[in-house]
Design a protein around this ligand. Sequence first.
Ligand SMILES: CC(C)(COP(=O)(O)OP(=O)(O)OC[C@H]1O[C@@H](n2cnc3c(N)ncnc32)[C@H](O)[C@@H]1OP(=O)(O)O)[C@@H](O)C(=O)NCCC(=O)NCCS
Length: 122
Amino acid sequence: MIIGVGIDVAEIERFEASLARTPGMAERLFCDRELLLPSGERRGVASLAARFAAKEALAKALGAPAGLRWTDAEVCVEESGQPRLRVTGTVAARAAEMGVRSWHVSLSHDAGVASAVVIAEG
Ligand SMILES: CC(C)(COP(=O)(O)OP(=O)(O)OC[C@H]1O[C@@H](n2cnc3c(N)ncnc32)[C@H](O)[C@@H]1OP(=O)(O)O)[C@@H](O)C(=O)NCCC(=O)NCCS
């Protein structure tokens, strides 16, 4: 059963400018594995903007309660390239209250915009 759905978009250039002018923002929003590729290089800004959109979409799917920690939701990547959501802490607690047992996420970035859709399933 679908318990919640969320969608979000982020303008990539504006997101990049926010990251550049706000010290510590990247670390507040993202886990190490989101910031760095397996090669050790930093993940591209379009992919980061899509991950930000995924966290906003996830928050919407949960009714956007106060107190969710950005790094308690992580976008992991399967070998195939498919993204998956892993939740812990504040996000896992809210999801458990609502009866969410699994997550579905899809990301896209093109034409200067990054977007994500999240479905919470019970
Ligand atoms: C509520 C919130 C998601 C709105 O996001 P935003 O980027 O400011 O605005 P957007 O344009 O993307 O979305 C606006 C839409 O969000 C929806 N929205 C508002 N409150 C909502 C809620 N509590 N639950 C779900 N959707 C909500 C509305 O449909 C709104 O559209 P409307 O104003 O036309 O009705 C945002 O303010 C927020 O609380 N973000 C969560 C931050 C967070 O918890 N981060 C950690 C995540 S791990």
